[in-house]
Design a protein around this ligand. Structure first.
Ligand SMILES: Nc1ncnc2c1ncn2[C@@H]1O[C@H](COP(=O)(O)OP(=O)(O)OP(=O)(O)O)[C@@H](O)[C@H]1O
Length: 232
């Protein structure tokens, strides 16, 4: 394992952040964040607007690079990862965004199938898996529809199916219920709890006070880029 901090060895952690700082120009988005996430944990990330929640998730799904510090994902140091290993690592991470980010020119079926297509799965494998996922998120009847014809809750159900299509070990969700009504939000959270129950590590960034009050799971709180409560 490419671990610069052997004194902090934690064999159960699937995500390890050590003194991570992220700057956008002069703006400090994350400030000396250290955080371990255990394999198969379900964890909430919260904090006021601008606290750094999206930035933290972005660093984990490799959409942005860190300014200082280290991140180990499944024991791999992201700063030292050869570029050719990036696609492999990305396939192990499913991402759900607040604004769904479905591809407008592809059908529901094809949006979900994309991850498997890229990974080189056969048409038969794709049909079986996407069919199963469509049933799981109760969207079988909309397989041929295009995203713009769906409600927000339906689009988010498709986005969750897409996120888990490649059987990722880690699912990162950034305000997945932020633009949904209470009933749709509940469905999305149940899907995420289901993914967790099947073995994935799940991190959910949210402002949703009702959700946070009703949970007994770990809540990590950020404020102005710093972790102010590890929720342990
Ligand atoms: N691409 C960027 N360029 C410049 N500044 C950025 C960029 N992305 C984020 N920031 C800044 O970094 C800080 C953290 O932003 P971030 O989006 O991570 O917060 P957040 O906790 O997710 O907020 P919200 O709950 O409003 O989504 C903010 O001050 C933001 O303005």
């Amino acid at each position: 394992m490419d671990n610069q901090y052997p004194e902090l060895e934690n064999k159960n952690a699937i995500i390890r952040m050590f003194h991570v700082t992220k700057r956008y120009g002069a703006q400090l988005a994350l400030d000396d964040v250290s955080l371990d996430v255990e394999a198969n944990e379900f964890l909430f990330l919260t904090g006021p607007s601008g606290a750094g929640k999206s930035t933290l998730l972005k660093l984990l799904y490799l959409a942005d690079s860190i300014s200082e510090g280290q991140i180990l994902l499944k024991g791999m140091n992201l700063s030292r990862l050869p570029k050719k290993r990036l696609p492999f690592l990305r396939r192990n991470i499913g991402v759900v965004f607040q604004d769904y980010k479905l591809i407008p020119t592809r059908t529901v079926f094809d949006n979900i199938a994309l991850v498997m297509e890229v990974a080189g799965a056969s048409a038969k494998q794709i049909k079986r898996k996407v069919g199963y996922l469509l049933r799981t998120v109760d969207m079988e009847h909309k397989a041929g529809a295009f995203p713009q014809s769906l409600s927000g809750g339906e689009q988010q159900r498709v986005a969750v199916a897409r996120a888990i299509c490649g059987d990722p070990d880690i699912v990162l969700a950034d305000e997945p219920t932020g633009s949904l009504d209470a009933e749709s939000a509940k469905v999305i959270m149940e899907l995420l709890f289901g993914i967790h129950a099947r073995g994935a590590t799940v991190m959910v960034a949210t402002h949703d006070e009702a959700l946070l009050h009703s949970t007994r799971r770990r809540i990590v709180t950020l404020k102005q880029g710093r972790v102010v409560d590890l929720g342990l």
